[in-house]
Design a protein around this ligand. Sequence first.
Ligand code: MBD
Ligand code: FE
Length: 306
Amino acid sequence: MNRQEIDALVKQMNVDTATGPVDERVQQVVVRLLGDLFQAIEDLDISQSELWKGLEYFTDAGQANELGLLAAGLGLEHYLDLRADEADAKAGITGGTPRTIEGPLYVAGAPETVSFARMDDGSEEGKIPTLIIEGTVTDTDGNRVEGAKVEIWHANSLGNYSFFDKSQSDFNLRRSIITAADGQYTALTTMPVGYGCPPEGTTQFVLDKLGRHGNRPSHVHYFVSAPGYRKLTTQFNIEGDQYLWDDFAFATREGLVATAADVTDEAEIAKRGLKGPFKHIQFDIELVKEKQDAPSTEVDRRRASA
Ligand code: MBD
Ligand code: FE
């Protein structure tokens, strides 16, 4: 069949058959995607068995709650960021910390404190370096932002995230820090280790077929929001990791690479109330003011909450 015949058939089966109220947007998207799918079946001569394998794959991936992971791994989530960047540029929005993907592992409801939070539960002490993350939240003119909510989440020494990894305590390595008048936030935590897709999982199954690995560099996620500013979804990825520029989820971006400095100075250690050397990352955040008619940076998606 040619495209004209395909489109006519799709319309005949899914548009002309409507007898109740139609959601125009859903109809538009379904009709387009079905037409594109039929066209791909035609062009690639996809067999009945192959089609069922594909549907069974989505069943399995959904049951394993890995569709968010798959979207990250196939670059769909990064593509949406590139589109959002384009839309921002078109709307004349410049400056601010670059966005990058949320990923599938955010959990709402983390403990909230002002200016400072200890993020780890102490269970990995001695096993992994201590990390202090600090920075200021400013506007694009460098003015400090008071009352910004800095939500931070990251992996443990095995690359695993609390909640999804039931061996960790509730909200381990997840915190919300509210900035005071100085715009400053400080997180005392542990060095994250890069995530790897479950080797027997549905996402890695497809990555294997593509000859790809499923690893991310060591990184820390952020949501930063403040009244009057556009919500920022971002991460920093840590210099020195072998996957820094070979991230299976394509989240590493220029401007989002952080260096973990080794701090060994005794006075500095004492000042921080620590027992030994630690790592230090400075990650300053620049928020862009809300603007009339600017594309929204709020993404409505199903998120875990605890
Ligand atoms: C992660 O930690 C992550 O950030 C992404 C995008 C995908 C899988 C695991
Ligand atoms: Fe992550």
